[in-house]
Design a protein around this ligand. Structure first.
Ligand SMILES: CC(C)(COP(=O)(O)OP(=O)(O)OC[C@H]1O[C@@H](n2cnc3c(N)ncnc32)[C@H](O)[C@@H]1OP(=O)(O)O)[C@@H](O)C(=O)NCCC(=O)NCCS
Length: 232
């Protein structure tokens, strides 16, 4: 099956340089109510250690259920990255302060499935959240993480955050610049590209399912579909 890899336009010298994750444009989309079940499945796929890193405690399935049920898609922003099988491989939650007029701040939490780590998705989600937060008038973004969470603290530090450690816990805070026309346009364009990419994956998946069904009718004894893969 085809998968689109989106990359920022490169200059000729950059094109010759070794690939670096900062050059990747990942289709990160804003998630709404109809993605709630997939967010739940994503979080429940995390093992105990990852749940501890993500939530700061050993979140049980019931606690994840309550967290997901409480997600407010109108107030907060949830971002996700889907793979070509429409599995949600990364999810970020940008929670806004209750009173944005008095204290325009937000808190960032993220998780990437183990098999998709080390590809820059965590950092890209952070960048996307920063852009959205700026466009919403947020002036400070916080991340709470365990002091031993090297990857998360690296993401925050690379973005310019100040990190304060307090024993086993750490708090990163990043001061944000006001929004510009550029950040506002960039967010619109990125969201549009991510939505298109998602629709493409949905249609590709439907096409593959249709081929598999037709093949099951025409060639009931074959065990592979027309694309040469085993039907799921
Ligand atoms: C933290 C997490 C989101 C990172 O996701 P990721 O997609 O693997 O991160 P990236 O690929 O964007 O890497 C970001 C940076 O961390 C570094 N990094 C990644 N994994 C690392 C590890 N295990 N140890 C040290 N550094 C690591 C990368 O090299 C990169 O730094 P660089 O750009 O300077 O090279 C992921 O490990 C995760 O989901 N962990 C469980 C949940 C969690 O800890 N959430 C954060 C608390 S809210």
């Amino acid at each position: 099956m085809l998968e689109i890899t989106l990359q920022r336009p490169q200059t000729s010298s950059a094109a010759n340089a070794p690939p670096h994750f900062s050059n990747l444009v990942v289709p990160i989309r804003s998630l709404g109510e109809n993605h709630r079940e997939r967010i739940r499945a994503h979080l429940k796929a995390l093992d105990a250690s990852d749940r501890y890193y993500r939530f700061g405690f050993n979140a049980s399935d019931d606690q994840i259920d309550r967290y997901v049920a409480g997600l407010d898609f109108d107030r907060d922003e949830i971002f996700g990255i889907y793979n070509r099988h429409l599995t949600l491989i990364a999810v970020a939650h940008l929670a806004f302060s209750i009173d944005m007029q008095v204290s325009p701040s937000s808190e960032f939490g993220v998780s990437v499935l183990p098999r998709a780590r080390g590809r820059g998705y965590g950092a890209r989600l952070f960048d996307r959240a920063v852009m959205h937060a700026r466009n919403q008038g947020v002036r400070t973004m916080f991340v709470h993480a365990l002091s031993e969470n090297t990857a998360m603290l690296k993401i925050a530090r690379n973005a310019g955050a100040h990190i304060e450690r307090d024993g086993a816990e750490a708090e990163a805070h990043l001061s944000l610049e006001p929004a510009t026309l550029n950040t506002q346009w960039a967010e619109i364009v990125e969201e549009h590209m991510a939505q298109s990419n998602y629709q493409f994956k949905v249609h590709a998946r439907q096409l593959q399912d249709t081929f598999s069904r037709l093949q099951a009718i025409w060639l009931p004894h074959r065990h592979t579909d027309v694309l040469g893969t085993k039907p799921r």
